[in-house]
Design a protein around this ligand. Structure first.
Ligand code: HEM
Length: 468
């Protein structure tokens, strides 16, 4: 690979780094600051060496669509690397499968999925209240991360696999605990470091794979359309039960991101009294407008999307919490034109990437980018180099088929918890910080949990999700 030391005319400059690690250490220390510094030295397009992989970074946000549409930049080898190195399987005909299964997170399937999610979330919210009915309005104290796990992760898990008994290894709570361990090592695993080097990962994976069989999942009414569709597709293409289990875990893994965002939304809103007040006022008004004589308010996807403060806090949290690369494999030498008209020669077998967090934290696009501004996205437009950005936020890259579903679940979750519980962060305690060691994960986790105090709001409204 040292052929890269010799750059051909038109190829982007390689960032100077250590002989052994290239730019890995600088990138790991603080990816966003490092990339901003590289841009000031090398311009909008430059190549990093991360150990033995060469990744050309395109810092121009106006070029994200062109990069995503370029046929010689392929996502398949990237998902193949992650599926194989982390989850021990490969998909046969992944593009066709993703197109096929993608239908189950839209339209009628999505509505069915939402109804399951709503039901499981109601149950989960009941379960985080005191067991003694006389004491139901008492203040409770718990880690916010555990609260989010016991509510939204529980509802996501059970709406995907059907309610699994808590005494089994494959239950919402145990999977959450095993994922914590598994995700700690995720960045080593996807780069190809063997799992046997990490006994904790091997143990956690054992629990994560103690799943119901494909036959049991297909036969159960409660299994999500996505999982049933994926199992049928994989069987049709001769894939084994162990491949299917690996794929089930990938699906849980993408849903785990929704849980991480939920943590950060609650945290940011509770840290900021103005955000808290504005959100509560908006939700209260929206609920009151819809309340019927049974104390029930019904929301549709569209009516949720119209709530501007809710939308803005969700988007602003995605901006702050995103940690992912939008990365593609270069299948042929390609002349790629960025939006300023310059042409860059991308080398076959390298990778090319946009790093959304570097865009999300660009002060030219987002004023004071390290500050959570709850109303930043209300009726706002964003500009770079004097031109309006079509996609200022890329936490889902450009390919994620689950974006709309995940955003809907998040909006629903925030509506439910903020109308059902009175919540505040423990006064005087340490604040949650993003854990930047998890760069490369779609959504960053916190370094440490924070304490949440909450109690049930007496006479809170009942919420229903209706067909749009
Ligand atoms: C908050 C939750 C989620 C986040 C932050 C997220 C983020 C992402 C990102 C960044 C990518 C890479 C896209 C690219 O490079 O252009 C991706 C791909 C993908 N996501 Fe999501 N995702 C989430 C939820 C979901 C859900 C609920 C599904 C369920 C259908 C899903 C299914 C996928 C699939 C199948 C791909 C691969 C697409 C392909 O190979 O063409 N994701 N996601």
């Amino acid at each position: 690979m040292c052929v890269l030391c010799f750059r051909r005319p038109g190829e982007p400059p390689v960032v100077a780094g250590s002989l052994l690690w290239g730019s890995t250490v600088d990138f790991n220390r603080h990816a966003v600051n490092f990339l901003h510094k590289c841009r000031s030295v090398y311009g909008d397009v430059f190549t990093l060496r991360l150990v033995n992989q060469y990744i050309t970074i395109v810092m121009d946000p106006h070029s994200s669509e062109a990069l995503s549409k370029e046929r010689n930049f392929d996502f398949d080898p990237i998902q193949k690397q992650v599926n194989w190195n982390v989850f021990n399987f490969s998909l046969v005909e992944p593009k066709k499968m993703i197109k096929d299964t993608g239908r189950t997170v839209r339209g009628a399937s999505m509505q069915r999925g939402m109804h399951r999610f709503v039901t499981h979330l109601n149950l989960a919210c009941d379960e985080v209240l005191p067991a003694n009915n006389n004491n139901v309005d008492a203040w409770m104290s718990v880690g916010l991360r555990d609260f989010a796990a016991n509510t939204i992760f529980d509802a996501l898990f059970n709406s995907i696999f059907g309610r699994q008994s808590e005494d089994k290894d494959f239950s919402a709570h145990k999977v959450y605990e095993n994922f914590k361990v598994f995700h700690e090592y995720f960045n080593y695993l996807w780069l190809g470091v063997p799992k046997r080097f990490f006994p904790a990962v091997v143990k956690a994976l054992g629990g994560l794979l103690a799943q119901p069989s494909a036959d049991q999942l297909l036969a159960a009414d409660e299994t999500s359309d996505y999982i049933k569709n994926a199992i049928s597709y994989m069987r049709l293409h001769g894939q084994s039960d162990s491949d299917i289990k690996g794929h089930n875990l990938v699906y849980l893994h993408v849903n785990h991101n929704t849980f991480r965002i939920a943590f950060w939304i609650i945290n940011h809103v509770l840290e900021d009294p103005k955000a808290h007040e504005a959100l509560l006022a908006e939700l209260k008004e929206a609920v009151n407008q819809r309340l019927d004589k049974n104390n029930t308010a019904t929301f549709t996807q569209r009516s949720l999307e119209e709530l501007k403060v809710l939308d803005s806090v969700v988007q602003e949290t995605c901006r702050m919490a995103s940690g992912v690369f939008m990365i593609r494999y270069v299948t042929k030498d390609t002349h790629f034109r960025t939006s300023d008209g310059k042409v860059h020669l991308m080398r076959k077998d390298d990778r090319v990437a946009i790093y959304p967090p570097a865009i999300h934290k660009d002060p030219e696009i987002f004023e004071n980018p390290s500050v959570f501004k709850y109303d930043r996205f209300i009726d706002a437009k964003f500009y770079k180099a004097g031109r309006q950005l079509k996609n200022p936020l890329l936490p889902f890259g450009t390919l994620c088929p689950g974006k709309r579903y995940a955003m809907l679940q998040l909006r629903w979750y925030i509506l439910v918890v903020f109308t059902r519980f009175e919540m505040r962060l423990q006064a005087g305690a340490e604040r949650a910080q993003y854990d930047y060691r998890y760069h490369g994960h779609e959504i960053l986790p916190p370094v440490l949990d924070v304490t949440l105090n909450y109690r049930s709001i007496p006479g809170h409204p009942l919420l229903d999700f209706g067909v749009a």
